[in-house]
Design a protein. Structure first.
Length: 404
């Protein structure tokens, strides 16, 4: 017997995509014959982002293709979107009788949204040409960056053909080009677990995107034609252009805002990987320069971000106790030090740290005396955790004094 399940998605002004994803849960009470009704609304002063639209569509496609539910209807009528949403259910869109691998493409003057249902390289080549010739103000060679992101879906999502589906979105607004590519595959960690290259495989249990934006890191091996340029090039272009980049995969989010902030934190799970960001149309977009940096990483300057903020919940544990986890965190912090002169450690959602971890962190603070380190204590921390962190706060404050 068919039943209807209602999902309310509210659009907010800040951290919008993360807040939207919180509503897109894989409810264990869903049944195969259910129909899900998703209604999208906004709060005052909130502007609907293209990545939020894509995340809702991609999630809806995945729960239908995975036979978690029978169908999904999306109601965008209460929000302003940059195209006309078809009066069709997700099942009708996905299983329409046509041979094109593109199940849906919506094009307006300022927006393109494409839903790919099949893994067809030739058709994607045609699509890249259409993108390239779509608007005269499209940044030169932007399609090459988009190509890298989309090709990563077919190479790393590891989706069987019956579930292969990904959604892309492009939107021109306020002298910016917003872009997003989202899939529902195995995610960054799942892909790294299957890596051929040992260095990449070792990252599968760590803050993946923090490492995957490094140059020349590849999971398949450069000698096999996989150069690992996708996320690195996207990251560098965002920084050089003073745009932004956000990556959601599994329980982790990576974010960078031009050369100001780099942040990693734990989030509500996104099944797959979503890469989105913005390019400033009134600033330089130099794909060739980014490729040169990839080829010669020695030209990359240290202190590339003013601040690196690491939320310790990114490791999926509320208690930081095991030696292996502590060592992984310190290795990630050492990588952050290479890129930022100021480190913020946020202990929100952490209940307890071991004495071993406190010792590791003490050594890290002392070893990096020229780095400003700020430790954020969660307001609901118990007295024991506050006491453990207070000693580190006082030790870290000496770094600031030494700098002055």
């Amino acid at each position: 017997m068919t039943s209807t399940k209602s999902v309310q998605v509210q659009i907010v002004p800040t951290n919008q995509v993360i807040e939207v994803v919180k509503h897109l849960t894989y409810d264990p009470l869903y049944k195969k014959d259910d129909v899900v009704q998703i209604t999208v609304t906004t709060v005052p002063r909130a502007r609907l982002e293209i990545a939020s639209i894509v995340s809702i569509i991609q999630y809806s496609c995945d729960i239908v293709l995975s036979n978690i539910v029978n169908d999904v209807n999306i109601d965008f009528s209460r929000v302003r979107i940059p195209f006309s949403w078809p009066n069709k259910s997700i099942r009708e869109i996905l299983f329409a009788k046509h041979d094109s691998p593109i199940a849906l493409e919506l094009v307006s003057r300022d927006c393109r949204l494409a839903l790919f249902r099949k893994n067809d390289h030739n058709r994607r080549d045609d699509w890249y040409d259409q993108i390239k010739n779509w608007r005269k103000d499209l940044p030169n060679r932007f399609h090459l960056m988009l190509n890298e992101l989309v090709e990563n879906v077919s190479a790393h999502a590891q989706l069987e053909e019956s579930r292969f589906c990904f959604t892309t979105g492009l939107l021109f607004a306020q002298k910016k080009l917003y872009y997003v590519v989202a899939d529902s595959g195995v995610g960054l960690r799942g892909s790294l677990r299957e890596a051929i290259v040992t260095e990449a495989k070792d990252l599968a249990s760590r803050a993946c995107a923090l490492h995957l934006t490094r140059p020349q890191l590849t999971s398949k091996g450069i000698d096999r034609g996989h150069q690992g340029v996708g996320l690195f090039i996207t990251s560098e272009l965002a920084q050089m252009n003073q745009g932004y980049l956000e990556i959601l995969s599994g329980l982790q989010e990576y974010e960078q805002r031009d050369n100001t902030v780099m942040r990693v934190r734990g989030i509500t799970e996104w099944k797959g990987t979503m890469v989105h960001g913005a390019i400033n149309l009134d600033k330089e977009f130099n794909y060739r320069q980014a490729m040169k940096l990839f080829a010669d990483p020695s030209r990359l300057a240290n202190d590339r971000f003013l601040v690196c903020q690491i939320h310790l919940n990114v490791y999926g544990q509320r208690t930081l106790r095991t030696r292996e986890l502590c060592e992984e965190i310190i290795r990630d912090l050492e990588l952050a030090v290479e890129r930022s002169p100021k480190i913020i450690l946020d202990f929100a959602d952490i209940d307890e740290i071991s004495q071993a971890f406190r010792g590791f962190l003490r050594q890290f603070v002392v070893r990096n005396s020229k780095i400003q380190i700020m430790i954020m204590v969660p307001p609901n921390a118990d007295e024991e955790l506050k006491e453990d962190l207070q000693e580190l706060i006082e030790l870290a404050a000496q770094n600031n004094i030494t700098d002055e």
